[in-house]
Design a binder for this molecule. Structure first.
Ligand code: ADP
Length: 192
């Protein structure tokens, strides 16, 4: 295995959070989820949370000046020494370029971009189901779901064009059982 500096990538509902929980146990690295960090801030109504929530509720990206600073601070924590699992960041090519600079500064270049793919129909089904379970406002509204899918296609997916020539992308079929998908990811990051 090359290393444990990893980005989990994929559309909303791809199963990033579910796989992240299994991966951090396997790899013993911190889970850095920008979605979870923003939800923590909105729940506690911090200044950052107040700024982020309108963008989250609308299904768009929180502005880079807020997001990038938050991630930079998090990557400054010494617990990333042995690696990290970034989930939900980067979500645009400018964020990917900024991440490269941050990682260069701490001497921890990215090893893998694990790209989990699922079809649009499957995304809609999964998010509708999750709305009933987790009660996330952004899962409960069809137009917000569509906006998040559009945001992914227009802003996030182009990140792959940035990472692919660098040989960092590990393509994972996101359809199957949780354990099957986990095994695909484990195989991909241990063989490359
Ligand atoms: P999803 O289930 O849609 O992948 P996340 O839990 O990762 O959602 O993120 C929820 C919301 O938080 C996003 O729709 C977006 O508004 C905001 N967000 C998360 N990560 C980022 C990021 N890297 N840049 C900007 N906004 C982000």
């Amino acid at each position: 295995m090359k290393g444990k500096n990893i980005v989990l990538f994929g559309p909303p509902g791809a199963g990033k959070g579910t796989q992240a929980l299994k991966l951090i146990t396997l790899l013993n690295v911190p889970h850095i989820s920008t979605g979870d960090m923003f939800r923590y801030h909105t729940k506690n109504q911090t200044e950052l949370g107040k700024k982020a929530q309108e963008y989250m509720n609308a299904g768009g990206l929180v502005p880079d000046e807020i997001t990038i600073q938050m991630v930079r601070e998090r990557l400054g924590n010494p617990d990333v020494k042995e690696g990290f699992l970034l989930d939900g960041f980067p979500r645009s090519t400018p964020q990917a370029k900024e991440l490269d600079k941050m990682l260069e500064a701490i001497g921890k270049p990215l090893d893998h971009v694990v790209n989990i793919s699922v079809s649009d129909d499957e995304i809609r089904t999964r998010l509708a189901k999750r709305a009933g379970i987790e009660g996330r406002k952004d899962d409960a509204d069809q137009s917000v779901i569509q906006k998040r899918m559009d945001t992914y296609k227009n802003q996030s997916e182009p990140c792959l064009d940035y990472y692919r020539p660098l040989g960092k992308v590990r393509d994972i079929n996101g359809l199957g059982s949780i354990d099957e998908i986990f095994e695909r990811i484990r195989a991909a990051i241990t063989s490359s």
